[in-house]
Write a new protein. Sequence first.
Lengths: 78, 138
Amino acid sequence: MAHEELRDALREIVAEVAEIDEVPDSKPFKDLGIDSMMAIEIVAEVERRYKIKIPEQELEQIRDLDSVVTLVASKLGK
Amino acid sequence: MRIPEGVYVAKLKVRVGYVDTDRAQVMHHSTYLRYLEAARVEYLRDREYDFRAMELEQGLSLAVVEANVRYKAGARFDDMIELQTWVAVANRAKLRFDTRIVRGEEVLTTAEITVCCIKIPEAKLCSMPAALINFGSA
């Protein structure tokens, strides 16, 4: 999966879990109304979808879509 | 609210005390939340999950983030009621306990209580322990 394809797929997951239409690349999740529980739900869905494991200590890296893409890409070896 | 097939259901019987009721001798709406909490703890005990150790040894606790309670009929002073509780949703972010409160065959109240896991010292959200997530699969 190409990097842009991955970004679009993750954007869709975030939009779906947070029930929002627009997920800009670098707008902080908290400004989009995504609280810490929703962030964990996003992680859970990402883990399920890509069959990866994101450890507890890495959850804090998740601040916006860019950070999710970076984290997932690193897990997938991209 | 029907109990889904195959789920583990914990049952807690409670005798409605005088202190639980209002002037009409009907159980006060706030009292239900207290018994719903007792029912969740009973569920964990029933499944041999040591909630006290979770708090004291792991420094984790469960915090209610959403409570939906539907009052259909009132429990009255001295009634014997039963709280039937199961885990309806379980994932890394949350657990949702569903409960039916019955008096005999009559369903008095249904409730959906969602909890998240927090680290006690800093009251910060963290992932639900795997043992609790597993309760969602049976």
